[in-house]
Design a binder for this molecule. Structure first.
Ligand code: TRP
Length: 454
C-alpha cells in the first residue's frame, strides 16, 4: 500500500525548529496579536494569552508532534494508524480529517491576506507619501474591493507557496526556511530597534504591558485562547505533519518549549516594533484589521526613509506569511501523496489550485467586491471560513487531541515518545487530561452560546 511508503525526514533538529517556528510565526503574530492585544486591554490580554500559550497550547503542541512522529504518516494516516495500534475506535481518525480539511480551508483565505501583504510590499517600495487617514483607508478599501488586483496577488502568493511545497520537505521546505527565518528574525530585531529609537517606545510598552483588567471580558479571553492556538498552528494538520518528519532522536518536549517561546516572543517583538511608530505619529492603535494595512502606511509615508522601513516591514510580513502557508498546504499534499502515490509536484499544484479557487470567494467577498453582498449566517466568505476553522475545528480538534493522548493512548507509548522525567511527564499528563479539555471545552461552549444567543 502506498500509504506505508517511508516518507521524508528533516535533515537536522535545527531545520525542524526553523520550519516549526516558521509555521507558528505568521500573520497571527505580526498582524493579529498586536491589534487584539490593543483592543483587549493591553497587558491583561497579553498575560492571559501567554498563560494559554504555555498551559494549554504547549501541552497540545507536544501531543501533536508526538502523534505525528508516532504515525510517520499524514495526519489522517497517522491518526488511523495509532488508533488501530492502541486498539481504539476508528472514529479517532476524524482528528486527522478535521486537521487536513481545516488546514486547507485556512490556506484558502490565509493566502488572500498573504496576497494583500504582497501587494503592499510592492506599494511600499514606491513609498506611501502623502498618506493621511482618509487616503490610506480609501486606498486599502479600493484595493480589496477591486475584482482583479487582489486575485492576482492571491495567485502570486499561492504560487510561491506551491513552488516551495512541490520541492518536498528537504528540497523545498527546509531550504526555504533556512534562509527565510534568519532574515525574518533580523528584520524584526532591526525594526524593533529602529522604532524603539525613533518612535514612542514608552507609550508602546505601556500600551502592551500595562494591564487594564477592566477591558478583559469573556470575549477577549476567548479571543486569547483562539489566538494562542492559531498562532501555534495547532489542531489543523500543520504541526502533526511536521512531527511526522521527525526522527526518534529528537526531543519533542524541549523542541516544543522552544517553538512556543519563539512564537510568543515574536508576537511581543512585533508589538514593540509596531506600536512605537503608531504612537509617535499620533495614530489610533485599535484599528483592528486596518492596523497593518491602513495605519502603518500613514506612518511610513511621513517618516524619513519610510520607503525603506515600509518595504522592510512588508517583506518581513510576507516572509512570515509564506513560511506559515507552506505548513498549511503540506498536510493535504502529504495525505494525497501518501494515498495515491502521485508525484508530489502534481499534487501540490492540484491542491494549490483548489485553494486558489476556494480563496477567490474570500477575495471577492470583501465589501464592495463581486460577492461582497453574499452572506452565510451573516458572515462574508472570509469571516465564515475563519469562523468554522477558528471557532469550531480548532477548539474541537485541540480538545480531542488532548483527550486522545491523555486518556486513550497507553502511558507506555507516551512515555516512549516524550522521554521526559517522571515529574515533568506527570505535569504534562495532568495538563492534557484535565486543564486542556476543560479550558478548551469552556471556550468552545461559550462561543456556541454567544453565537446562538447573540
Ligand atoms: N500560525 C500561523 C500564524 O500565526 C498560521 C498557521 C499555520 C496556522 N498553520 C496553521 C494556524 C495551522 C492554525 C493551524 O499566522
Amino acid at each position: 500500500m502506498a500509504g506505508l511508503s517511508q516518507h521524508a525526514h528533516w535533515s537536522s533538529r535545527w531545520t525542524f525548529l526553523l520550519a516549526a517556528v516558521g509555521s507558528a510565526v505568521g500573520l497571527g503574530n505580526i498582524w493579529k496579536f498586536p491589534y487584539e492585544a490593543g483592543e483587549g486591554g493591553g497587558g491583561a490580554f497579553v498575560l492571559v494569552y501567554l498563560a494559554f500559550v504555555f498551559a494549554v497550547g504547549l501541552p497540545v503542541l507536544i501531543a501533536e508532534l508526538s502523534l505525528g512522529r508516532r504515525g510517520q504518516l499524514s495526519p489522517i494516516g497517522s491518526m488511523a494508524k495509532i488508533a488501530n495500534e492502541e486498539g481504539r475506535s476508528k472514529a479517532w481518525g476524524l482528528i486527522g480529517w478535521s486537521g487536513v480539511v481545516g488546514g486547507f480551508i485556512v490556506i484558502s483565505f490565509y493566502s488572500v491576506v498573504g496576497g494583500w501583504v504582497l501587494a503592499y510590499l510592492v506599494k511600499a517600495m514606491s513609498g506611501f507619501s502623502g498618506y493621511d487617514a482618509a487616503i490610506s483607508t480609501q486606498t486599502f478599501g479600493t484595493f480589496v474591493a477591486d475584482p482583479v488586483s487582489p486575485i492576482i496577488a492571491h495567485f502570486a502568493f499561492l504560487a510561491i507557496t506551491i513552488g516551495i511545497v512541490a520541492r518536498g520537505v528537504t528540497g523545498g521546505l527546509e531550504k526555504a526556511v533556512t534562509f527565510l527565518m534568519p532574515a525574518l528574525f533580523a528584520l524584526l530585531v532591526g525594526m524593533m530597534i529602529y522604532s524603539g529609537i525613533t518612535g514612542d517606545f514608552g507609550a508602546a510598552v505601556n500600551f502592551l504591558f500595562n494591564p487594564d483588567f477592566a477591558k478583559l471580558t469573556i470575549e477577549t479571553v476567548l479571543q486569547a485562547l483562539g489566538l494562542a492556538f492559531f498562532s501555534l498552528s495547532l489542531a489543523l494538520g500543520s504541526i502533526m505533519t511536521y512531527g511526522s518528519y521527525l526522527t526518534k532522536e529528537m526531543n519533542i518536549p524541549r523542541s516544543a518549549v522552544i517553538i512556543a517561546a519563539a512564537d510568543s516572543g515574536v508576537a511581543l517583538m512585533a508589538g514593540l516594533a509596531i506600536f512605537p511608530i503608531v504612537f509617535a505619529f499620533g495614530l489610533e492603535p485599535g484599528q483592528s484589521v486596518g492596523l497593518v494595512f491602513t495605519t502603518l502606511p500613514i506612518a511610513f509615508g511621513q517618516m524619513t526613509g519610510g520607503a525603506i522601513v515600509g518595504t522592510m516591514f512588508f517583506f518581513l510580513l510576507t516572509v512570515a506569511a509564506v513560511t506559515s502557508s507552506i505548513s498549511l498546504l503540506e498536510p493535504a499534499v502529504s495525505y494525497v501523496e501518501e494515498r495515491t502515490g502521485i508525484d508530489r509536484k502534481k499534487v501540490a499544484l492540484f491542491i494549490g489550485a483548489a485553494a486558489f479557487a476556494l480563496g477567490t470567494l474570500s477575495a471577492w467577498g470583501q465589501g464592495g467586491n463581486l460577492l461582497g453582498d453574499v452572506k452565510i449566517l451573516g458572515l462574508d466568505f472570509m469571516s465564515f471560513k475563519d469562523y468554522i476553522t477558528n471557532n469550531i475545528l480548532m477548539p474541537l480538534g485541540g480538545m480531542f487531541i488532548a483527550i486522545f493522548v491523555g486518556w486513550f493512548i497507553s502511558r507506555k507509548t507516551m512515555m516512549e515518545e516524550l522521554a521526559m522525567e517522571e515529574g515533568t511527564f506527570k505535569i504534562w499528563l495532568f495538563l492534557v487530561r484535565f486543564v486542556c479539555p476543560v479550558a478548551i471545552g469552556a471556550v468552545f461552549i461559550s462561543i456556541l452560546y454567544n453565537t446562538i444567543i447573540a
